[in-house]
Design a protein around this ligand. Structure first.
Ligand code: PXP
Length: 245
């Protein structure tokens, strides 16, 4: 089984900073702690309203960090232009509605192929690896492959709320990525409690986790929780490999 990567999403370090309008806590400093504690990359979502991460945060992380950066963003002309200037390792295209608290559902790739294809092509031309954040739905997976994205990130939000009812859909979707030649990532709502079954899926290459890690860091410290999350991911994978699956 191939190794699994942990992308730590530092958005909510900026949420806390912005609550007081100053410079502390600094997302870049949090990214450094996460990387020193076992994170393989850093993820951040530059939202249209800049409610947490701001352009300057993205630029500071790009200038200071050698680790892979994963920029989550809507497929708008403004964001595509920003990404092409920033040149992060990866961009994950997500749906975005201003009023939502977080990214509530996956991207409707099947319904927006013609709008997404030029954005994916422009990002790919800039040397950026593009992933599409989608629900674990066969139709969306087929559309993601058809539109030319090399990677999909499966939305685990529904699984996080109803693990028993939703796991099978994720397992099936992860299997389908192999048939379609897509690299499989997953994320949203993952925690110490629910990460193991997802980390054990052999097709999964990367998990992107934010809110739980930052929340738990209040009690245990960011370095400790990042290291513990990575330990759980690897343990789940080794256990699955030992069982022949
Ligand atoms: N992946 C994507 C595409 C997301 O939009 C988010 C939330 O910003 C995450 C992963 C991380 O979700 P959470 O903060 O619930 O761990």
């Amino acid at each position: 089984m191939h190794p699994i990567r942990l992308g730590v999403n530092v958005d909510h370090v900026a949420t806390l900073r912005n609550a007081r309008g100053g410079t502390h806590p600094d997302p870049l400093a949090a990214a450094r702690v996460a990387l020193a504690s076992g994170a393989d990359g850093i993820t951040f979502h530059l939202r249209e309203d800049r409610r947490h991460i701001r352009d300057a945060d993205a630029e500071a992380m790009r200038a200071a960090l050698a680790a892979p950066l994963n920029l989550e963003m809507a497929a708008t002309a403004e964001m595509v232009a920003f990404a092409c200037r920033l040149r992060p390792h990866a961009v994950c295209l997500v749906p975005e509605r201003r009023q939502e608290l977080t990214t509530e559902g996956g991207l409707d790739v099947a319904g927006h192929r013609s709008a997404l294809a030029p954005a994916i092509a422009a990002l790919a031309d800039a040397g950026i690896r593009v992933s599409l954040f989608i629900d674990p739905d066969p139709r969306q997976l087929e559309a993601a492959a058809a539109v030319g994205a090399p990677v999909v990130e499966l939305h685990t939000g529904a699984y996080a709320e109803r693990p028993e009812a939703e796991f099978e859909r994720l397992r099936t979707a992860a299997r389908q990525t192999t048939t379609l030649g897509l690299e499989c990532h997953a994320g949203h709502g993952l925690s110490f409690e629910n990460v193991a079954p997802i980390a054990a899926l052999p097709e999964v290459h990367e998990l992107n986790i934010g809110h739980f890690l930052l929340g738990q860091a209040i009690f245990e410290g960011l370095g400790t929780v990042v290291a513990e999350m990575k330990r759980r991911m690897i343990a789940a994978r080794l256990a699955a490999a030992g069982q022949g699956g």
